[in-house]
Design a protein around this ligand. Structure first.
Ligand code: MN
Ligand code: MN
Length: 451
């Protein structure tokens, strides 16, 4: 009669517990090599090609069983497996995001002050700025020279690489700083990254800056002007690690939303000859509102589905209207240390499995797509039948804050959509925590959904 969610480990047998723990090993490796949207997109293409996926060209002929991918500007990817059913009956979509909160370099970043050279940054996504100081950072991205030569940058991930760093004030002199409001303890313009302290010569001005520029010029042929078009991102230079004596959790940068990206990717890579066409979109720009031509407010996913629908002889509007989507994104795990921000009966908990989030939004569900009961009930029973352990969740107590996902933009296409994902502790911090059991159950949920 009563609903009582349980710890995943108590719902599965020893053999499956081992499978669940092993699954996390691949995920931990992925976290270390795919820290940005570009690196994640490249990873997805690499593993997709290895699994037999071919690059999609607009209007190409398609038949059941075909596996194609579409790479959008190196920052978002769509994978699709063509099903045997008439596509007019709808497709199954999974949508996760591969961008993560970070510090972007400004377009004119390099400056020197008191014989120290710095990069100026502009933070990306909703961060607590004070968390991004006094930790090792690595630099990722692309620089394109005037001659068109493109350099992919990754400095600070190899054990022998130098790292970067934003300073904080020593407690001894922080009396005034500590009186600032928390969102001002570190201000946006104080997020300056240390890049050098050796002078090139004894010139009065910018001798250190010149030395930094000389190093970049010698190694890559860069001039200062090349920064103006570059996309460089500073992220924590931290590796994923097991957390806890029992190793039940994973600590890493960027679980939001690489944990759903990886689990959904694994699910579609293993999919053979589905009835319904399965589509995975790994989107960019979710953390800043899904804007831009690589975010899901853009039409690229719609164009892709329209294109394959027309090729397979169906009206796109009919396909969308019959389609279902799991908007794959994380939720806030109930944190006993900060229990007052949660409402326990409707929060997601670590280790209770994949979270189904009917609605997000702020205040009176503002900005939420709020999934339909009929759709969710069908999903619940499908998961139950396949022994997927799931729970429901809401992002904190009413009127406290809120958030959104890509669900609303997909719902705009008249697709049935609900948020599904992993509960995360310390979401948006430089190092976040998830449970291995939840990661595995989320993978299993995606695999069940597209099967
Ligand atoms: Mn997210
Ligand atoms: Mn987020």
């Amino acid at each position: 009669m009563l609903y009582e969610p349980k710890h995943v480990a108590l719902c599965i047998d020893e053999a499956e517990r081992k499978i669940a723990l092993d699954f996390s090993e691949g995920y931990k490796e992925f976290l270390n090599v795919a820290k940005t949207e570009r690196e994640s997109a490249a990873y997805a293409v690499r593993v997709a090609e290895a699994a037999g996926y071919k690059p999609y060209t607009w209007g190409q002929a398609l038949k059941a069983g075909d596996k194609v991918y579409y790479l959008n500007r190196n920052k978002s990817v769509i994978l699709a497996v063509i099903g045997t059913d008439d596509i007019a009956e709808g497709v199954n979509i999974m949508a996760a995001h591969i961008d993560t909160c970070r510090l972007d370099l400004k377009q004119n970043p390099l400056f020197e002050k008191n014989e120290i050279a710095y990069f100026k940054t502009h933070y990306y996504g909703g961060i607590k700025k004070y968390q991004w100081v006094a930790i090792p950072l690595s630099l990722h991205g692309v620089v394109i020279l005037a001659n068109g030569e493109k350099h992919e940058i990754c400095i600070g991930e190899d054990e022998n690489d130098p790292v970067f760093y934003v300073t904080d004030l020593l407690p001894h002199l922080a009396q005034d700083q500590m009186k600032r409001a928390a969102n001002e303890i570190i201000r946006g313009e104080e997020l300056n990254i240390l890049v050098g302290s050796m002078p090139l010569d004894d010139s009065k001005e910018n001798a250190v800056k010149k030395q930094v520029m000389k190093l970049l010029n010698d190694k890559y042929g860069w001039c200062e002007k090349d920064f103006l078009s570059a996309e460089l991102e500073a992220v924590p230079a931290l590796k994923s690690k097991d957390v806890g004596l029992d190793r039940s959790m994973i600590g890493a940068y960027g679980h939001d939303d690489r944990v759903c990206s990886y689990t959904a990717l694994q699910a579609i890579l293993e999919l053979e000859n589905p009835k319904k066409t399965a589509i995975l979109v790994l989107a960019d720009k979710e953390e800043i509102g899904s804007m831009g031509n690589t975010g899901l407010e853009s039409a690229y996913m719609r164009y892709f589905i329209e294109d394959i629908s027309e090729t397979l002889g169906a009206k796109p509007r009919v396909v969308f209207s019959n389609s279902q989507c799991l908007s794959a994104d994380v939720n806030s795990a109930y944190d006993p240390t900060f229990s007052d921000v949660f409402e326990a009966a409707n929060s997601s908990f670590m280790n209770r499995g994949v979270v189904i989030t009917k609605f997000t939004g702020a205040r009176g569900k503002s900005g939420s797509s709020d999934a339909n009961a009929e759709f969710i009930a069908g999903l619940h029973s499908k998961l139950d039948k396949n022994n997927v352990i799931w729970q429901t969740g809401e992002l904190g107590r009413v009127d406290l804050g809120g958030g959104g996902t890509v669900a609303a933009y997909i719902a705009n296409l008249n697709v049935d959509v609900v948020d599904v994902g992993v509960p995360v502790l310390s979401m948006h911090a430089p190092y976040e925590v998830v449970s291995k059991m939840d990661v595995y159950m989320t993978y299993k949920a995606f695999a069940t959904f597209i099967k």
